[in-house]
Design a protein around this ligand. Structure first.
Ligand code: SF4
Length: 509
């Protein structure tokens, strides 16, 4: 299938607009987005250019200022539910009909991929011709092969539905009963998440020609994918199942080729569990190294000292709760001794800043548990010699996590609990709190069904909270506790942690 009128790349048969529904600097800090860009442009037959939500790049590409209408395919990379509003804006500004069924053969083929779609794409599913559920390194090449081999969009869709990981929404007819599926007809009957067999084969090249990202001058590289732990509130273990890590030599070879960068950022949900982390740090030639957060029980003095010599000033840890009862219930696998041992190590290493993550609003949490968060923070601040920031999130019941059936806490409960933190946490500790409104939207859009699509489109011209308030009873069902016996909108996605296993763990909390 070919619809190219202008060629920039000599052999390009197909042009892909890679759209990230947020600012360009955020887009180019996202490794998934960068990886797809790199893989597509390695193909002789494909040209891929960047689009983002910045006014300058929403209709014209960053690379060549070519108009969106010159592209055959729009590939949307969307990791977070809150970017839905930007997605709607993109369709509107570019005069693209929202629903796939309203578009014709002259419109581009629109495909989605990224963490948001892999957890539950339903709220926006009907806007897409196809959606990749899972990882893209191998699947994206198969998509381009299918596209180029097919005579028209319908054939692309039909063929893609036979490729592992591809979900073609218009091949499904789904009826809902509020937040549950009452009837589901589709071909194939379920979609198996795509997993990249060997992540060592794909290490994105330097993208230094891209605009300044949040990680300016930093070469980002993913060293591990997924997580070997199973915190009850977290969807990462299922989203990127199974846990994998990149081979040390592969990472070092790539990073040391990039020694013209000032910094390297090693990315991974469980980075402190990376085997040979010490060797990785010691043998990295780039002067400054940054790591994503450490597990409290994996803070090692030698590694922290080596990292300090390489520019580490802030250590981020995730305590999530403040007492043993809560750590046990959420499956965090830590205790008070571990917390204070970690603080002691950071003091010995003279680390200047400590950032600690917490979550409030679990359905089994009481006010006393939140007082314990305040007490823990205050006790840490008495012994820690540097500056502390506490980042407090509200629990969101994410699809494919153990707590996927749990309710979002009521507004009044969150008000009381944030009040406790505001009043009792010592003033020298910075406390950042997530807004309740954001938590409501995140819960709704991560649990949503196809019935949300019209509301999402209306949000372009109406305040979303007015829409939610007008349909309170309907939306309350999505923020409430879900029934473990009923079919959830994302149950058709297979290949993560089995629903039965999640349910067994949920019911045992
Ligand atoms: S919260 Fe962190 S340690 Fe726990 S499962 Fe998620 S990624 Fe793993």
């Amino acid at each position: 299938m070919k619809n190219s009128s202008v060629k920039i790349k000599k052999e390009a048969l197909v042009k892909v607009a890679l759209f990230y529904p947020n600012k360009l600097e955020t887009a180019v800090s996202n490794l998934g987005y960068l990886t797809i860009y790199d893989i597509l442009n390695r193909r002789e037959d494909t040209l891929c250019e960047l689009f983002a939500i910045d006014e300058k790049y929403i209709s014209k590409s960053y690379n060549s200022r070519r108009s969106i209408s010159d592209f055959d395919i729009i590939a949307v990379s969307m990791p977070f539910e809150m970017d839905i509003f930007n997605l709607v804006k993109f369709f509107k500004v570019n005069k693209i009909p929202f629903y796939g069924k309203e578009r014709n053969k002259f419109h581009p083929f629109i495909i989605g991929g990224g963490a948001y779609f892999t957890l539950n794409p339903e709220a926006v599913a009907e806007f897409f011709d196809a959606i990749l559920i899972g990882e893209g390194e191998e699947a994206v090449n198969e998509f381009i092969d299918v596209y180029l081999d097919s005579e028209n969009k319908e054939i692309v869709k039909e063929r893609l539905s036979n490729v592992t990981g591809y979900y073609v929404p218009n091949r499904y007819s789904i009826r809902y009963d509020g937040a549950y599926v009452s009837s589901f007809r589709g071909n194939p009957p379920s979609v198996t998440k795509r997993i990249t067999e060997d992540i060592n084969k794909y290490v994105p090249a330097s993208l230094s020609n891209l605009p300044n990202s949040h990680f300016k001058d930093t070469f980002l590289i993913e060293v591990s994918r997924g997580c070997p732990y199973s915190c009850a509130f977290c969807s990462t273990p299922s989203l990127y199942h199974p846990y994998r890590y990149r081979n040390l030599d592969r990472v070092l070879t790539k990073v040391n080729e990039m020694d013209y960068y000032k910094k390297v950022g090693y990315i991974g949900s469980a980075i402190s569990d990376y085997p040979s982390l010490g060797k990785l740090v010691d043998e990295t030639k780039i002067e400054t190294i940054t790591l994503s957060s450490f597990r409290i029980n994996r803070i090692d003095e030698n590694i922290i000292m080596s990292l300090k010599e390489r520019g580490l000033r802030t250590v981020t840890i995730a305590s999530e709760s403040g007492n043993e009862k809560m750590w046990k219930k959420i499956g965090k696998g830590i205790n008070r001794d571990m917390v204070f041992k970690a603080v002691d190590t950071l003091n010995r290493c003279s680390i200047e800043r400590l950032k600690i993550y917490f979550i409030i609003g679990f359905h089994f949490e009481t006010d006393d548990d939140v007082y314990d968060i305040a007490n823990l923070l205050n006790e840490i601040s008495k012994v820690y010699k540097g500056h502390i920031t506490a980042s407090v999130n509200i629990f969101i019941p994410k699809p494919q996590s153990i707590l996927q059936w749990a309710p979002l806490a009521e507004k009044k409960t969150i008000k009381v609990r944030t009040g406790i933190l505001r009043k009792y946490v010592r003033s020298e500790i910075n406390v950042d709190l997530l807004s309740y409104k954001t938590a409501v939207l995140e819960t709704l859009f991560s649990r949503g069904t196809r019935e949300f699509s019209d509301y999402i489109i209306k949000s372009e011209s109406n305040n979303i909270f007015n829409i939610i308030n007008k349909n309170k009873d309907y939306f309350n069902e999505f923020t409430g506790k879900l029934d473990t016996e009923r079919v959830l909108p994302w149950d058709f996605i297979k290949g993560g942690i089995e629903k039965e296993e999640l349910k067994r763990k949920y019911l045992s909390i």
